[in-house]
Design a protein. Sequence first.
Length: 350
Amino acid sequence: IALPSEFAARIARNTQLVIQEETGITDVIDPWGGSYMMESLTKAIGDKAWGLIKEIEEHGGMAKAIETGLPKLRIEEAAARKQALIDRGEKVIVGVNKYQTEEQADVDIMEIDNPAVRKSQLERLAKIRKERDAGKVEAGLNALSEAAANGDGNLLTLAIEAVRARATVGEVSSALESVYGRYAAEAKTTQGVYGSFYKDDEAWQGIIGRVDKFEEAQGRRPRMLVCKMGQDGHDRGAKVIATAFADVGFDIDLSPMFSTPEEVVRQAVENDVHVIGVSSQAAGHKTMIPQLINELQKAESSDIAVIIGGVIPKQDYGYLEQVGVKGIFGPGTPIPQAADEVLRVIEANV
């Protein structure tokens, strides 16, 4: 629905407190008492984990595996598999794909005034920079850069010392970046996992047929840029959408994490996409979407449609549609439904 309100957080916390205080479950070491069910689940997860550990070791250890993107791909495969089971109703999420209420009651949600938060943070940063000892900050950052360059000293200790002198996290990162450069993750997606659950699904095959017809008529497949903007670091949903839409026949591009609206538009124009799909999980959409659409107008690329999915409160739908968003997909939207609607947006736009 939205970011958790104080009321929602209290319910979640009190659920745990009821279990702790009222059930007696914390009074014994093993409340399951050697249950066969629990022992079998423990063994199953242990066996599965050991298989993954062996796979990582075969790649030369975790550092090498990370370089090849293996752990990330395994996570994305698992997420796509789980989402397919949820969308098909084979994995029950109460209230999402089973036992839904016909009418959604209005609930209080947490709304964040992003411009006010940004203004407040900038004011705090300005105050810190004005009151701190600039010489100590510079010395701390220089020591950090020198240690990174020559390999001597403990970088964590030096970073803490710089922060104690009131260096910001950004300044500490820049001091290290000046030596190491910035890591550029390769945006890759897995394919075939989500679609394998829909091989015999008539509606899914119908969408694939429409994609094929689109390619015949337009000379290329529908193309979508899936992007994450701002400080929103939750990419599970974006990656699942990317792999599922690729399985239905879309050409998919992925933006780097933490992209700016300007960077997203540049990538969208360079790749000649039909639509930008924004993933929003951290309540930044009312700030980022108008900026994105403004950048599209500046680039004379308003023909690129903008859609958005993620944690989008119903109260924000009207505003987003007013600024030009062509499709909104909230929590619980089945991916086949989303693919059908996005394809309709593209078909209407060409």
